[in-house]
Every structure is written in structure tokens, then in C-alpha cells.
Design a protein around this ligand. Structure first.
Ligand code: ATP
Ligand code: MG
Length: 367
């Protein structure tokens, strides 16, 4: 095996007591294990996680230039996870899973919803979500709203198996895509990550890489070989869907880092679309953008939803009201784990909420 993670961790010998479960509750799929630093260890993935074997690769940095932002535990591009090297500030491949390469450019499958059932989540022994269930319907935009720290991003990361990339993280529950649990042992990790794409809070294109190559990054990193015509078609169609084609068609060979923040975010949407996800998760995609760029992303979201189911986290109530068909209001009160207080059609959530806490939140009384 090759050392891909510099500050590797290994579980200590002592077992951790499992989180306390309510009667009848399923135990976590990924029980937390105490982690101790071990500079000598050479591993290819967080060892607290039960995941399919990772194919070790001696990957060179994807680009030599240090990007300015970093999003959580890594950037998932289909079958590949890239991260910034701790010191050099470079992107590098952290995990590369085996994937059916030809599938990566096959026609997209039909629209599908995603159904989270009884999701609980922990970081170590700290429980942050408690039996959250939510059906996110096919071909709709579902907005996740709620005050800071109530578990929205954690919930989103669980929907495409990114939560398990965080050492010490564990979860219980099921996430059904087409009626099958993405955490079922028979399902491949890469299938979930490929079918359920993600766009992050801060735009994170590879800055030195061309706009063209940024769109194709996940295919390239996975080793998919495609002819120039196929590549051109993917680039044009993804940039068009992301609402960026008209602005960049004459400068596709220029670096992604040269675009404005709003354009970079649309480039990231195009990159996410290149692997033909059926569900697109967006974690506060406009929070770093100006109002005009925000409006462009919102238009893009509303156009995309006819072919990909969208789940978006936002702190902007006007945005939730503008773009979403349905809303779910998350809350973690007085140090308790996050739960969904209320969910339903966006009109009802804003116009006639059933719970006074929802009403207080959507009218800006707290949060
Ligand atoms: N990597 C982590 N390690 C430990 N605890 C974490 C980690 N990420 C999140 N948490 C904790 O989990 C809880 C939920 O965090 P999460 O980021 O999901 O909330 P959020 O609703 O997305 O908040 P925000 O609106 O500020 O983005 C918080 O208490 C947070 O401190
Ligand atoms: Mg968040």
C-alpha cells in the first residue's frame, strides 16, 4: 500500500462503548472508534470506516497551484476523492475506487427521488442527528433550512456517503435510491457517489486547470477514455445545463481560476453534472456569491430540476421560497441532536406552518 494520507490515524486497542440506542433502533452502521495519531501508519482511507477496498494509486498532484478554498473532508468526483495535501497546498487523489468505466458516459437513467429513513449521526459519541426521515421527491427541489449547527450539512453528506469519510463519524438508518439502500453491503460506494453528486458552499474548481478540463475532471481522474468528440459534447452540454456555456465558449482553454466566483460555482455544477448524477446535493451554493450570481445559480437550479433531483441547503429564506418545491426545517434545541420539526410543500411551510418554531424561523425571529 502507498501512503496517501499524511496524518494517518489508527484505532486504539480499547473498544468504544456504542452510542446509547432507543428500543428497537438499529445500531450505527459505522460504529465510532477512538482515534490516535500514528505518524508511521500508511493507510489509504479513514480506518474508522467500513468501506469497500480502496485501490491504492501513486497519484501525482492534480494541479500544482494551491486553491484558496477547502471543503470538508475532500472533494468527491465520482469514483475518486481528491483532497488538499496538508503542507504543499496541492490537490491530490486520496481515494480511487474501482468503477465501471464505461458507465461513466452512458446515458443518464430516469429521474429518481431519494428517501432517507431514520437517519441518526454521530461524531465520536456526540450525536448530531436523531432518527431523521425525509422523502425528497424525483424532479423536485427540496430545501433544507434551519439554524447553524442543526445538522443540515451532516444530513446532506450522509445522502452520498461522504459522512463516512470523516474519522470518528458514524450513522444509522437507510438512504433509499430507487428503493435500494445505498448503505446496503451489496451496493458499491462508487455507485452512490456517482449517482448522487455534490456542489459545495465555496466554488472549488481546480484553479490552474482549464475550464474544459475542469468539466471533465471526474472522468479523467477515474481513467475514463473518451474520444475528442464525446468530450466536446460532454463539455458543451454540461456547461450549457450549468448556464455557463455562452460566457466561456470562447475561452475553454483558459484556467478555471480565472472565472468570477459565480462562474466558478457554475463550473463546479457543470463538473458535477459530467458524471450524470441522478440527484444533485448543494450545500449553501450561493453563500459566497453576490446577488446577481446568486440569481444565475437559482435559475440554473430551476432549469436542472427537470432532469436531476435537487436537495439544497440554504440560510436564505427568500432563496428557499424561490427555488424549492418542498422544504424541511431542521432544529437542534438545547444541545439535543438535530431533528426535522416540520416538512412539506414550500408554500405551506412559509404561508401556514404547523409548528410555531417553523413560523418563528421562516419569519426571521431566530436563527
Ligand atoms: N467533522 C466534524 N467533527 C465533529 N463534529 C462535527 C463535524 N462536522 C460537524 N460537526 C458537528 O455536528 C453538528 C452539525 O453540524 P453541521 O455542519 O451538520 O450543521 P449545519 O446545520 O450544516 O450548520 P451550518 O448551517 O452552520 O452549516 C454541529 O454540532 C457540528 O459542530
Ligand atoms: Mg452546513
Amino acid at each position: 500500500m502507498l501512503p496517501l494520507v499524511a496524518d494517518a490515524v489508527v484505532p486504539s486497542a480499547a473498544p468504544t462503548p456504542a452510542p446509547e440506542l432507543a428500543a428497537g433502533e438499529r445500531p450505527p452502521l459505522f460504529p465510532p472508534a477512538p482515534l490516535v495519531a500514528s505518524p508511521a501508519a500508511t493507510i489509504t482511507e479513514p480506518v474508522a470506516v467500513v468501506a469497500p477496498p480502496v485501490v491504492a494509486v501513486a497519484a501525482p498532484p492534480v494541479v500544482a497551484e494551491a486553491p484558496t478554498v477547502h471543503n470538508g473532508p475532500g472533494l468527491v468526483l465520482g469514483a475518486v476523492v481528491v483532497e488538499q495535501a496538508p503542507k504543499a497546498g496541492r490537490w491530490r487523489v486520496r481515494e480511487r475506487h474501482q468503477a465501471a468505466k464505461t458507465d461513466m458516459i452512458s446515458p443518464p437513467a430516469s429521474l429518481t427521488g431519494i428517501d432517507a429513513r431514520g437517519i441518526s449521526a454521530w461524531f465520536g459519541t456526540h450525536q448530531v442527528l436523531d432518527r431523521v426521515s425525509l422523502e425528497m421527491a424525483a424532479g423536485e427541489v427540496t430545501a433544507l433550512i434551519g439554524p447553524s449547527g442543526c445538522g443540515k450539512s451532516t444530513f446532506l453528506r450522509i445522502l452520498n456517503r461522504m459522512h463516512e469519510m470523516i474519522p470518528s463519524a458514524s450513522l444509522a438508518g437507510e438512504v433509499l435510491l430507487d428503493g435500494h439502500d445505498i448503505y446496503d453491503a451489496s451496493r458499491k460506494l462508487t455507485d452512490a457517489r456517482r449517482e448522487i453528486g455534490m456542489v459545495f458552499q465555496k466554488p472549488n474548481p481546480f484553479p490552474a486547470m482549464s475550464i474544459y478540463d475542469n468539466v471533465l475532471a471526474s472522468l479523467r481522474l477515474t481513467g475514463v477514455k473518451a474520444g475528442i468528440e464525446v468530450k466536446d459534447e460532454i463539455v458543451e452540454s454540461c456547461l450549457t445545463k450549468a448556464g455557463l456555456w455562452a460566457e466561456v465558449r470562447d475561452r475553454l482553454r483558459q484556467p478555471g481560476g480565472g472565472l468570477s466566483g459565480g462562474q466558478q460555482q457554475r463550473l463546479c455544477i457543470a463538473r458535477a453534472l459530467a458524471i450524470r448524477p441522478r440527484v444533485l446535493l448543494m450545500d449553501e451554493p450561493c453563500s459566497a456569491l453576490d446577488p446577481t450570481s446568486t440569481r444565475r445559480i437559482e435559475e440554473t437550479v430551476m432549469q436542472l430540476v427537470s432532469e436531476v433531483t435537487i436537495v439544497i441547503v440554504t440560510h436564505n429564506m427568500q432563496q428557499a421560497a424561490r427555488v424549492s418545491n418542498r422544504c424541511a426545517f431542521f432544529l437542534a434545541e438545547h444541545g439535543t441532536p438535530g431533528v426535522i420539526v416540520e416538512h412539506g410543500p414550500t408554500k405551506a411551510m412559509f404561508g401556514s406552518p404547523q409548528d410555531s418554531r417553523t413560523n418563528d424561523y421562516v419569519t426571521g425571529r431566530f436563527g
